[in-house]
Ligand binder design. Structure first.
Ligand code: IVH
Length: 692
């Protein structure tokens, strides 16, 4: 913001234009923050905008706009929740950024109430937690509703979701007044936030930038079952409507809260002077990293409640309280290189490797660059000097480039369009910020998760073989692709000598694998773990294409969106262009096709029942190929048979309809003859299916 004209230098016309710009910009950021839970700038940048707005308004009071940001608290409620009008408005806080601001706060209070110099002003100092504020209304000691702050006057009804938070009592002891509104902050602890993001990442769901967004996003869920699974917590620090006073001081109120089982934001302290306040502030900063929750500052409140009455509020904030914000913790350092991390679901995240630097007491050597748009927007280049920030966010970020320190000859960063782990195309879909690796099955960064999915219950469901086995077998290099799972029998010796793996468990595993060598097409498709292809979609695809070869053929042809194959794909009821894109991206990778074919060679993928839809002479028949084939490979023969609606089996039984026997056929041929199954030569088979 260094390019801006200082407030003193503004002419009225410029000031009016600047206020208009700031109103629009702040409104945009308010919406991003409050309604979308996705802030587009840091808190420090946002505060700077508001301060500039306030300074211009102070210099040009006649230009204050009707839609001035200073008349608004937070943001309008969003659709989806019903609204609750607050019995008493939910106020916000004015901010102090410097020691002088804190001294000024004391002075203003003294002046406002005309207190003598020797009258001590007791302030209650407490942490300012980064979450979202809610008001809990108890009538006759029972929680009746809970609302977010909204615009301060009207909030969202989040009662159902609030009831899922363990910290929040659903009833108060009989000693509590008949009507009480407890106000405070719903937040997420740092550790819980990291765990949640890990889970979200694993599920391919959106991750949160910081604990505040995670808390807000989790509380404002239309489905309270989702909220219930989110580790939300609550601190009480204020009150709204009351039928009887809770005491004479802020301390008294907090004692009531504690007696009722409401958690308090600690560590807090009563302070009697600006010096004591500043000592508290610095103590909190020193312990900030160790506290289990995120703070964005401290709050000082006049302890005496009768003084609250006298001091009152100006526009959106009380005169008796102030928030002392932490400076954004920033430092400058050199960005040595940019590397791309591939998450377990294939998301490519650019990471800045920094010359290690101390940022507010923590050594930082890596920082996130978020995504390719952010790199382009900030024009971040390898070798640049950059500003790094830990503004309460757990993950350090690169804020900006220091333009004057760029080395000559540096080049704009080109975001890779291939996955650095496996070389597959990294695809960015319309409307998405993230680029994703499409190497699914073969990408080492995703392999373990993919393999776990592959053996999971609704996929291959291999008995006794779960995620833990995948992890250890992967670590030992025994399995890299799904097909490797079916090649484990070749490692019998290694397996039997593994810790915790006796002869018996190996035999059991092989049996379980054998049982799964035959698999239904929908399961098979689902097991591939293609993005957006869940069980239902897998079934749709299986029904539509009937067999694996037919599906593979169609996926290859549909790569060109001008083909009948493409139209036929997107015409499938239930498959939109988005799903089609993910499917096609998967099958555009030769690695993936190879992995599928490799697997299909080792197992039997049953054709979906095509009896009604094909007139092929072998549709619905069970065929066994034995001996060596002369005109085609075994997998080709199998694929062709399946594409005609036949089921291909590895062994002969009473259910077998046709045995195709080539030279060298042995026991299977013998068995077929014993059972009286139709046996034919390769040529006879080819004649039979000729023309279909
Ligand atoms: S007191 C009338 N105390 O910060 C005073 N607010 O920036 C009401 N906040 O709207 C607020 N920690 O969401 C208070 N210890 C604390 C707080 C706190 C966080 C939030 C609250 C408030 C916002 C103002």
């Amino acid at each position: 913001m260094s390019s801006e004209i200082s407030v003193e230098g503004l002419l009225p016309l410029d000031a009016a234009a600047e206020l208009e710009r700031l109103a629009a910009e702040i409104a945009k950021h308010d919406k991003a923050y409050h309604q979308d839970d996705a802030p587009s700038i840091s808190d420090a940048e946002y505060d700077a905008l508001r301060r500039r707005n306030d300074a211009i308004e102070a210099a040009f009071p006649e230009l204050v706009r009707a839609d001035s940001p200073s008349n608004r608290v937070g943001s309008a409620v969003r659709d989806g929740f019903s609204k609750i009008v607050h019995a008493r408005p939910m106020l916000s806080l004015n901010n102090a950024f410097s020691d002088e601001d804190v001294v000024g706060f004391f002075d203003r209070i003294r002046r406002f109430m005309n207190l003598p110099d020797n009258e001590v002003i007791e302030l209650f100092a407490e942490p300012k937690i980064d979450g979202l504020s809610v008001s809990l209304r108890y009538e006759d000691q029972r929680l009746v509703h809970a609302a977010t702050r909204g615009d301060g006057a009207v909030g969202e009804d989040v009662t159902q979701n609030i009831r899922t938070i363990d910290d929040i009592p659903v009833s108060l002891p009989g000693s509590a007044p008949a009507l009480v509104e407890v106000r405070g902050e719903v937040y997420m602890g740092k550790g819980d936030f990291l765990d949640l993001n890990r889970r979200q990442e694993e599920a391919g769901a959106k991750t949160f930038a910081n604990p505040r967004n995670a808390a807000a996003g989790s509380l404002r869920q239309l489905d309270s079952a989702v909220t219930a699974n989110r580790p939300l917590r609550f601190f009480g620090y204020a009150w709204g409507d009351l039928s009887a006073p809770l005491g004479d001081t802020v301390e008294d109120v907090r004692q009531c809260f504690a007696d009722w089982g409401v958690q308090l934001n600690e560590p807090s302290r009563v302070c009697n002077s600006a010096e004591e306040i500043l000592a508290y502030y610095h103590d909190i900063i020193a312990m900030r990293a160790e506290l289990p929750f995120d703070l964005d500052g401290t709050v000082y409140k006049v302890n005496r409640l009768d003084w609250h009455e006298r001091l009152g509020a100006v526009s959106r904030a009380p005169r008796w309280a102030i928030a002392h914000k932490f400076p954004a913790e920033q430092a400058e350092t050199r960005l040595n290189s940019i590397t791309i991390q591939v998450g377990r679901t294939g998301t490519l995240t650019p990471v800045a490797n920094l010359e290690p630097v101390n940022v507010g007491g923590v050594m930082v050597s890596r920082a996130t660059l978020h995504n390719e748009d952010e790199i382009a927007r900030k024009d971040v280049r390898e070798g640049d000097w950059v500003v790094v920030q830990r503004a309460g966010d757990v993950i350090p970020q690169v804020v900006s480039v220091i333009a004057g320190r760029r080395e000559a000859g540096s080049e704009a960063y080109v975001f890779p369009d291939r996955c650095p782990e496996c070389g597959s195309h990294a695809v960015r879909e319309d409307g998405e910020v993230a680029r994703r690796c499409s190497g699914g099955l073969i990408c080492p960064a995703q392999a373990v998760e993919r393999l776990k999915h592959f053996v999971s219950r609704d996929a291959f469901d291999i008995e006794g073989f779960g995620g833990r086995n995948i992890e250890t077998f992967w670590a030992d290099g025994l399995i890299k692709t799904p097909a490797d799972i079916f090649r484990l029998e070749a490692h019998r010796d290694v397996l039997t000598t593994r810790e915790g793996w006796g002869e018996k468990s190996v035999v059991n595993l092989f049996e379980a694998l054998r049982a799964r060598r035959r698999i239904e097409l929908p399961r098979f498709v689902f097991a591939l773990g293609i993005r957006q292809v869940g069980q239902a979609t897998a079934r749709l695809l299986a029904r539509h294409y009937g067999s694996l070869p037919a599906l593979l053929d169609a996926m290859s042809m549909a790569q060109d969106s001008d083909t009948e194959a493409y139209r036929s794909l997107v015409d499938i009821d239930g498959i939109g262009p988005g799903v089609a894109d993910d499917l096609l991206a998967f099958f555009a990778e030769q690695h993936n096709i190879d992995a599928v074919l490799d697997l299909a060679d080792l197992i039997d993928v049953e054709a979906f029942d095509l009896l009604d839809t094909t007139e092929s002479p072998v549709a619905g028949k069970t065929v066994v190929f034995t001996g060596s084939l002369e005109t085609m490979g075994r997998s080709e023969a199998k694929a062709r048979a399946e594409s005609l609606g036949a089921k291909v089996s590895g062994s002969v039984s009473k259910k077998t309809d046709i045995v195709v026997a080539g030279p060298g056929a042995g026991s299977k041929l013998k068995k077929a003859e014993e059972l009286g199954v139709d046996v034919m030569s390769e040529q006879a088979w080819l004649d039979l299916i000729d023309g279909y």
